[in-house]
Design a protein around this ligand. Structure first.
Ligand SMILES: [Zn+2]
Length: 286
């Protein structure tokens, strides 16, 4: 049986068709068009899958990773930064359209499992996988199995509070890590300091200025606070970073050192590693 993997992201939907030996037959990427709402996303995903199915001469299994998770109570999507998905029966709706059972998992969990099995975390027992992109997510792999938790939220470090009186978050709480270190949050902070709207790729070229230094300091402080909290609780064997923001090099030296300074331990050497399978390794149907 061939496998179709779909990675539903905030800005793009990526699909891959693999044969049973995990060799690529076809890969395709389309925009998410979040602003057009749930029905539009539902149609885009099903068209992408139907398109990939026509490229396969045998039956295919289908796995989808999404922002957010399925509620164990209702089967509806919860905790998604693609907010038009919240409260929607995405899995059931897709199964109806495609007339086939599918499996669905949180995108950070998919990323973590892929990296823990084939990527930067493959030589470690306990891997904390992190996605810092449009949102901030995380997943915990224990000996190459995902620990989802009692209510499917294990690893959701993006919504742990680092400042009780801090930024308002879409989730209803204040001070969530995501409101400080996601790509859009970093761009907002830059705009606040400089009164200029610029993309992250441009911002990181300007860090020698006084404002640039301040922005970087704030970023590292928040990043370090977030990850040190995780290490204090989970003490993983390795941390693997993914998502667009993970391409920023200083996270792996200055960022790492700042994390170590905050951890409650006399001896700390937790590897903080860049993903090896690329930003969108979550697409791999593991
Ligand atoms: Zn939040």
């Amino acid at each position: 049986m061939n496998k179709i993997g779909i990675d539903l992201g905030g800005t793009k939907i990526e699909g891959i068709l693999l044969n049973e030996n995990f060799e690529k037959i076809e890969r395709k990427r389309i925009p998410t068009n979040q602003d057009q709402g749930y029905d539009s996303i539902l149609n885009s995903i099903s068209e992408l899958i139907q398109d990939l199915r026509t490229k396969s001469n045998v039956e295919t299994s289908i796995g989808i990773c999404t922002p957010g998770v399925l509620s164990k109570n209702t089967g509806l999507i919860k905790n998604s930064n693609t907010q038009c998905l919240i409260g929607k029966p995405l899995k059931t709706d897709l199964e109806k359209i495609l007339e086939q059972k599918i499996s669905m998992e949180n995108d950070a969990n998919c990323f973590t499992l892929a990296e823990a099995t084939l990527g930067a975390g493959k030589n470690f027992d306990i891997v904390f996988g992190v996605i810092i992109g449009t949102g901030v997510g995380g997943g915990i792999a224990v000996r190459k199995n995902i620990h989802t938790g009692r209510t499917n939220i294990a690893g959701e470090w993006g919504h742990h509070c680092i400042r009780p009186d801090g930024n308002q978050c879409y989730c209803g709480k204040s001070g969530c890590l995501e409101t400080y270190i996601s790509g859009p949050a970093l761009e907002r902070h830059w705009a606040k300091l400089t009164y200029k709207t610029e993309p992250l790729q441009e911002i990181v070229k300007k860090l020698d200025s006084e404002t640039g230094k301040r922005w970087k300091e704030d970023f590292i402080e928040n990043f370090a606070l977030g990850l040190a909290n995780v290490i204090d609780i989970l003490d993983p064997d390795a941390i693997v970073l993914g998502g667009g923001v993970s391409n920023i090099d200083f996270l792996y030296d200055e960022g790492k050192n700042a994390v170590y300074e905050k951890v409650f331990s006399d001896q700390i050497d937790t590897p903080i590693l860049k993903n090896e399978l690329g930003d969108s390794s979550g697409v791999l149907p593991m």
